[in-house]
Design a protein around this ligand. Structure first.
Ligand SMILES: [Zn+2]
Length: 73
């Protein structure tokens, strides 16, 4: 029988979440972070109220990086 190991998936999800948080911290400090795909500087969209949720994101000018972040504040 083949057993599917979900722990690897959970770990990588947690790591990418952590990586995103680090990215936000860097950008929040005013550091320049380049898009892995097009090497253009990523920009941080600061949280703004959209309906009931605060939304912010990280994106590059070409749109190959477009991370939407949600905060339940
Ligand atoms: Zn890009």
């Amino acid at each position: 029988m083949t057993k599917i190991d979900f722990s690897n998936i959970n770990t990588s999800t947690a790591q990418s979440f952590k990586a995103q948080r680090n990215l936000i911290k860097k950008l929040g400090r005013g550091a320049t972070v380049l898009c892995e795909t097009c090497q253009q500087p990523l920009s941080l969209t600061t949280p703004k109220a959209q309906g009931k949720k605060l939304e912010s994101g990280i994106s590059c000018v070409n749109g190959c990086t477009d991370i939407l972040l949600e905060f339940d504040n």
